[in-house]
Design a protein around this ligand. Structure first.
Ligand SMILES: Cc1cc2nc3c(=O)[nH]c(=O)nc-3n(C[C@H](O)[C@H](O)[C@H](O)COP(=O)(O)OP(=O)(O)OC[C@H]3O[C@@H](n4cnc5c(N)ncnc54)[C@H](O)[C@@H]3O)c2cc1C
Ligand code: FES
Ligand code: FES
Length: 1293
């Protein structure tokens, strides 16, 4: 055995305990190691690619160069355990627990209501904890930076920041610091002295770790590194592993040998010299940033231009965790055009020192690190980048630019411009003055020569080419300003304020006469938030492996419409560790099921109708083996026609699902004859991925008797899952039990598809007889499970000169994908919301669900409501533009106003609270004065424009199918006085359990701490409706109330007889009486909210033939106003301020309600601005992870976000006059205020270019759409290729 073949012993620490691994596998990442081998399931898997922060842990190392212990937050999913030799890892479990003591970070995020579903919470906690280890008194900016790489899909970030900003001594309204734990750094885990000794000893020998497929060698010094490199020139050098790792995991790169220079100290040096600084290639990007920040503080601004430019880039480059791991050497040498540093380093004329076994070389960065000062005032350097999201996103294009003038003149001596993401450097202009002539020439050169074919990878070609000009123009203006030392009239600098400045949440007060023991109406924290903050909260994949457990991985179609000619699993089955392959033939019961007259298959049998359809599944001993074997299943196809993906194509093919729906009031045709104007137009709204942080999955456990099967499953609809599994296995539902502890977010995405996944895992468990776990990868989850429907609305509207709309005729088309799923109900909801808050006397809506060859779309928070509402708001917006009237005037003039108003489906309602919300919103947002200020701003800024928009909202609550509007609960009181509540809803962050316990506490008059909710279980509460349609808490809350009241009635006998006794005494006596006497009472209470109990005889249903019906139990109202600023040159936008006034009736829990409103709004912000799903022309989803698909991050929330709950609001139709859960869905729609504000801002820019302010803008308003709609001299220089003459990279579906 050669030296490097010997297995080294890997030594590191986790939470203060030493780990010594004899056979460490280089392919094992810290995340799986912690979760599987360490049982430390607080660290979560959500993407596996460094893109979400759910897996954040702290890694500490002793740095012999600075003789300090360095603490870094890192993403455990990209960190090979073999890179941890000598390091100490701290996970969320290592810093505090509910059993011992909470860490102040854990306590504050929980008490500030910063944990809803809780799946992102441990990652947030660890990012903040690491910051405090390095800086116990951080600034708000430090917190922003520390959390920029952590995504949360529930909260909207405000409460998280609220909780953490108390470490900077800033408090907030919904959260009080009374009695919180102080930060005491002396309580933190110390760095293990043994590791310090190990690092000081600096054992220079090699370390070698051999896994099944990959060997990892870590040389101890530079000489050895050079030896290894010379001997193995093809082996990559992995330091941060943020490029090598993802390429191996997701792109199929195979490296039998990896060399890791991580222990080579020479590569960490930072050497400051007279002319600049040299960084060792293994310096992390955080280290580079820290050094440059120090230099910028020390140096005169004119001397540090390169450093300032680099810092602008480093601020947005990835998140803190990635910057802690990623190295400057890795960034440059990965040579990825998306990466940011090369351009700026090249433009600045930096040099790269390369060492090999022979002679060292120094290369100029303009061909390929040495950042040097720009010491002369006549040298200017700038950097530009534009990404889909403002931070934590790869740039679409980036650029580095430098100009040197002849001393004392404005004559260009050299001009270097480098673009990343566009092709090679091009522009070299010499001996010209810095004036309009140079600008014109440079732009013409760029427009002609920037080589990017229309088919280019990444698409958005015209935008990218335009951006190259815009960047240059910005550079030109910056330099001009500095040359002339004067303020230019037009704003061009990237002066966005990235800090969150101000948030306000106005809650409702409880009545002073309410007992302080009564929790209803108080901002109680989410029941499980402390467990979530400590990592103790268990999600399905946190359950420990059961002996013999197997793993199932799906084999999916790679064709959109094809006949399956063969499926060959033989090679997969030969893979060691693979147990079996499943397909339709293995289903013991039914592979097909009828869903509202449409057939759905579990496994595709003969034909596939979308890419991503499940054809089979591999069952193996581990997730990795199952995944690799699934790739070896060979499926052959014969392509079929037709195949199409878009709504427009479906219309051409008349490919629609049934039923087609129509709603109509008045006489539309006749009214069009009486109006002053008629407008026709359309509005397209793209789909949305749920991106719940916890991917879908479950564990199926066969009980080995009578076909019994238990499922531990992340479902919003346990009863449906139970039913589908029973149908698939051919077993009665009474044998199948679904257990749901909690979900790491659902948003409607865990209602339908999870039932099929459960049936597949159950089939695997049935066939093998062993428990089977299924956890979808993020990419597969996005591919298979579908999302929000794209919608196209085509409208014709007739109106008077004053903006009064008399008639509107709207045809809605949704893209339903290849199966019906819930598409027709979603279309119904869109139609039922097409009037929003407007009384349009003659209104017709028709709805068509298009059948295409895409994965089936499904339910998503709002359930068609946002699409229906947005399209009518678009109509209002256009009418206002056409009349030349302020949009808010046109909205107000058309709003329902009579006390007894009637919707277009003839449901009576009172719009008073909607009008109150609207008036309050305009007043609280100071709308009129801000509109004037915006006009002023727009007049004095050519390249920056602002817009503002306010909308009202009327949103129907409940299922329009009455049978779903029921809840059930079981309440047990035990002899010790404790209470167990079980109900049919599922907890997914919306606080249903907390509200249920608040209600039980009020009725039973026992403290919340004595009431527990263990899980949702189909064995305890049968046939429950899904937790969806914003109705879960209403239904469940009433059921719990009903059950508790029944119990109290029974206890009353004992209570009346012994009024001075305690609760426990009453309970014991009642229980004993039950056993011993006929007067005894059972202490189990069952509550139901069938429609009769709940709605006092009323019943929701719609008669579609007659266009009438009571579709909803009640309406939630609200209003929202948003202001944005756009950068017309790049398409970037900043959310400046949002004000929301929401009617939640009398809130049961204002903190939870505000959290739902903010979270819903931020999700809507993503829907309408940055979340864009892209499909290839072959129907393959390209956006399959957080790298490509951007949900809002902390940087996206408005600088000011004010949420007010409407005061003195009541709701006779729901529990305690609340709109208990009617606030989960509606605020998503408020995101459209940002969209329309952007549209206004674009219109202002267009007016300045002499163009019409009426133009089509589809949602989401992404950077490219904003930029290209701001038509100007730069967009006009870019020639568009002839449509149809090329195959685009992505299509709009
Ligand atoms: C979620 C995420 C977001 C990101 N966002 C951005 C972004 O916005 N902008 C951006 O620019 N980048 C971004 N990156 C990329 C990141 O900056 C790079 O992956 C990182 O800098 C590479 O450094 P590393 O040490 O991890 O490289 P590794 O993965 O360890 O190695 C990468 C490559 O560099 C070579 N290499 C490394 N060191 C040396 C050396 N000393 N000598 C010779 N070759 C060497 C290796 O052979 C290998 O081919 C992101 C990455 C992730 C995972
Ligand atoms: S799971 Fe590691 S960053 Fe997402
Ligand atoms: S609480 Fe952040 S993802 Fe759910």
């Amino acid at each position: 055995m050669t030296d490097d073949m010997k297995h080294s012993r890997l030594v590191f620490y986790v939470n203060g305990k030493q780990i010594a691994e004899q056979n460490a596998d280089p392919e094992e990442m810290l995340l799986t190691y912690l979760r599987k081998k360490g049982g430390l399931t607080g660290t979560k898997y959500a993407c596996g690619s460094g893109g979400c922060g759910a897996c954040t842990v702290m890694v500490s190392r002793y740095d012999p160069l600075s003789a300090r212990v360095l603490h870094c937050s890192v993403n455990a999913c990209l960190l090979p355990i073999v890179s941890l030799h000598g390091a100490a890892v701290v996970t969320v479990e290592g810093i505090g627990s509910t059993k011992a003591k909470l860490h102040p970070v854990q306590e504050r995020i929980a008490r500030a209501h910063g944990s809803q579903c809780g799946f992102c919470t441990p990652g947030m906690v660890m990012s903040m904890y690491t910051l405090l280890r390095n800086k116990p008194q951080p600034s708000l900016e430090d917190i922003h930076e520390a959390l920029a790489g952590n995504l949360c899909r529930c909260t909207g970030y405000r409460p998280i920041v609220d909780g953490f900003k108390t470490f900077c001594s800033i408090s907030s309204e919904l959260f009080h610091m009374d009695g919180v734990l102080p930060l005491d750094p002396s309580q933190d885990l110390i760095f293990p002295p043994e590791l310090m000794l190990m690092a000081q000893k600096q054992d220079g020998g090699r370390l070698c770790f051999q896994g099944d497929r990959v060997k990892w060698i870590s040389p101890g010094d530079l000489a050895d590194l050079l030896e290894l490199r010379a001997a193995h020139p093809d082996a990559p050098l992995a330091v941060g592993n943020t490029n090598v790792g993802p390429n191996m995991m997701f792109k199929g790169d195979v490296h039998p040998l990896i060399i890791s220079p991580r222990r080579v100290l020479d590569l960490y040096t930072v050497c400051w010299e007279k002319n600049g600084v040299t960084f060792g290639s293994s310096c992390s990007l955080s280290k580079v940033k820290e050094e440059l920040q120090g230099a910028v503080r020390r140096l005169h601004p004119g001397e540090s231009r390169v450093f300032q430019a680099l810092l602008i880039t480093l601020r947005c480059l990835a998140g803190k965790q990635i910057r802690n791991m990623a190295t400057i050497g890795g960034n440059i040498l990965s040579a990825d055009p998306k990466y940011d540093l090369s351009c700026i380093l090249a433009a600045a004329g930096c040099t790269l020192q390369v060492v090999s076994k022979g002679t060292p070389l120094t290369l100029s960065m303009s061909a390929t690190m040495l950042a040097h000062y720009s010491t002369h005032w006549w040298e200017f350097v700038s950097v530009f980048r534009q990404a889909q999201r403002r931070e934590f996103a790869f740039s679409i294009i980036n650029a580095g630019m430098k100009v040197v003038f002849r001393e004392g003149t404005d004559m260009v001596q050299s001009l270097n411009v480098f673009y990343g993401g566009m092709g090679p450097p091009l522009l070299r202009v010499r001996r010209m003055s810095w004036n309009e002539g140079l600008l014109e020439e440079a732009c013409s050169l760029l427009a002609d020569e920037v080589a990017l074919p229309p088919t280019a990878h990444g698409g958005k070609v015209e935008f990218r080419r335009t951006l190259s000009l815009s960047f240059f123009f910005k550079f030109y203006m910056q330099v001009l300003q500095e040359l002339r030392q004067e303020r230019l009239r037009h704003l061009y600098r990237s002066s966005y304020c990235a800090l969150i400045i101000h948030h306000l949440s106005k809650t409702q007060m409880v009545s002073e006469i309410q007992s302080c023991e009564d929790p209803v109406g108080r901002p109680r924290v989410h029941m499980a938030s402390f467990q979530q903050a400590t990592g103790e909260a268990k999600y399905y994949d946190d359950l420990p492996a059961i002996s013999g457990e197997l793993f199932v991985f799906m084999v999916t179609s790679t064709r959109a419409h094809a006949k399956i000619t063969s499926v060959d699993a033989s090679e997969a089955l030969r893979t060691p560790g693979v147990v079996t392959f499943l397909s339709a033939q293995d289903v013991p019961g039914q592979n097909r099921r009828l869903w509202f007259n449409n057939t759905e298959e579990l496994f595709a049998e003969e034909e596939v109708c979308c890419v991503g359809q499940i054809i089979g599944a591999v069952v193996a001993e581990s997730r990795e083996l199952a995944k690799r074997a699934a790739e070896r299943v060979l499926v052959t196809y014969e392509d079929l026609t037709p195949v199409f993906f878009t709504i427009e194509e479906a219309i051409q093919h008349q490919s629609f699902f049934n039923p087609k729906r129509k709603l109509e009031r008045g006489n539309v045709a006749e009214a069009f004859g009486k109006v002053d104007h008629i407008l026709e137009g359309e509005m397209y709204m793209g789909g949305q991925e749920h991106f719940y942080m916890e991917t879908q999955g479950l564990i199926a456990v066969p009980r080995g008797e009578d076909g019994e099967m238990d499922l531990y499953v992340a479902t919003q609809h346990a009863a449906l899952t139970q039913e589908v599994v029973g149908h698939t296995l051919g077993v009665d539902s009474n044998k199948i039990t679904c257990h749901v502890k909690r979900l790491g977010g659902g948003f409607g995405g865990k209602v339908m598809k999870i039932a099929s996944l459960s049936a597949i895992a159950a089939t695997a468990a049935y066939k093998t007889g062993w428990p089977v776990r299924c956890v979808l990868d993020r990419g597969d989850d996005m591919l298979i499970t579908g999302g929000r429907h794209p919608f196209l609305g085509k409208y014709k509207v007739g109106f008077m000169k004053d903006g009064t709309i008399l008639a509107a005729d709207i045809t809605y088309y949704s893209n339903g994908g290849c199966t019906l799923d819930e598409s027709s109900f979603i279309m119904e909801k869109a139609l039922l919301h097409m009037d929003n808050g407007y009384k349009i006397p003659n209104l017709r809506g028709r709805g068509f669900v298009c059948k295409t060859y895409l994965p089936s779309y499904t339910a998503f928070r709002g359930f068609g409501g946002p699409q229906g509402l947005t399209i009518i708001e678009s109509v209002l917006h256009e009418v206002a533009a056409e009349c030349g009237l302020p949009a808010e005037e046109v909205r107000a003039i058309n709003m329902y106003s009579e006390e007894e108003s009637c919707t277009h489906h003839k449901q009576l309602f009172c719009p008073r609270d909607m009008v109150r919300c609207w008036d309050e919103c305009l007043e609280k947002s100071a709308y009129p004065s801000r509109r004037l200020a915006i006009q002023q701003f727009n007049r004095s800024n050519r390249w920056r424009k602002r817009g503002i928009c306010a909308v009202p909202l009327k949103f129907g609550i409940g299922f329009s199918k009455g049978f779903n509007n029921q809840g059930a609960a079981l309440v047990n009181i035990y002899k010790d006085g404790s209470v167990l509540v079980t109900h049919g809803g599922t907890e997914m962050g919306q606080g249903i359990n907390t509200k249920a316990v608040q209600i039980a506490s009020r009725i039973l008059r026992v403290p919340m701490s004595r009431i527990h909710i263990k899980e949702t279980c189909t064995g305890n509460v049968p046939n429950a409706a899904p937790s969806a349609a914003s109705f879960g808490t209403d239904a469940v809350g009433m059921a719990v109330k009903d059950a508790c009241e029944k119990l109290m009635e029974r206890l009353e006998l004992v209570m009346k007889a012994n009024p001075k006794w305690t609760w426990s005494q009453w309970v014991i006596t009642a229980a004993e009486l039950y056993c011993t006497s006929r007067d005894g009472v059972t202490l189990a209470g069952r509550g139901e909210t069938s429609r009769d109990v709940f709605m006092r005889g009323s019943h929701t249903s719609v008669d579609w033939e007659k266009s009438e019906g009571m579709a909803y139990y009640y309406f939630t109202f609200g209003a929202c106003c948003s202001e944005v600023e756009i950068d017309c040159l790049t398409g970037d936008h900043k959310n400046i301020r949002t004000d929301i006034v929401m009617d939640v009736g009398k809130s049961l829990n204002p903190a939870i309600d505000v959290g739902q409103i903010e979270g819903g709004f931020v999700q809507g912000l993503g829907l309408y601005t940055i979340e864009e799903l892209q499909f290839s022309p072959e129907g393959v989803l390209r956006t399959r992870g957080p790298d490509q698909y951007k949900i809002p991050a902390l940087c996206d929330i408005p600088s000011k976000l004010n949420v007010h709950l409407l005061a003195d609001a009541h709701n006779p139709n729901a529990i305690y006059s609340s709109k208990a859960s009617g606030i989960g869905e509606p605020p998503v729609f408020f995101g459209c205020t940002v969209f329309f504000a952007i549209k206004e801002a674009i219109a202002a820019a267009r007016r300045e270019s002499g163009l019409s302010s009426r133009f089509t803008l589809s949602s989401p308003a992404t950077v490219d759409k904003i930029r290209m709609a701001c038509v100007d001299q730069f967009t006009e220089k870019i020639r568009s290729p002839e449509p149809g003459s090329f195959t685009p990279w992505a299509i709009n579906v």
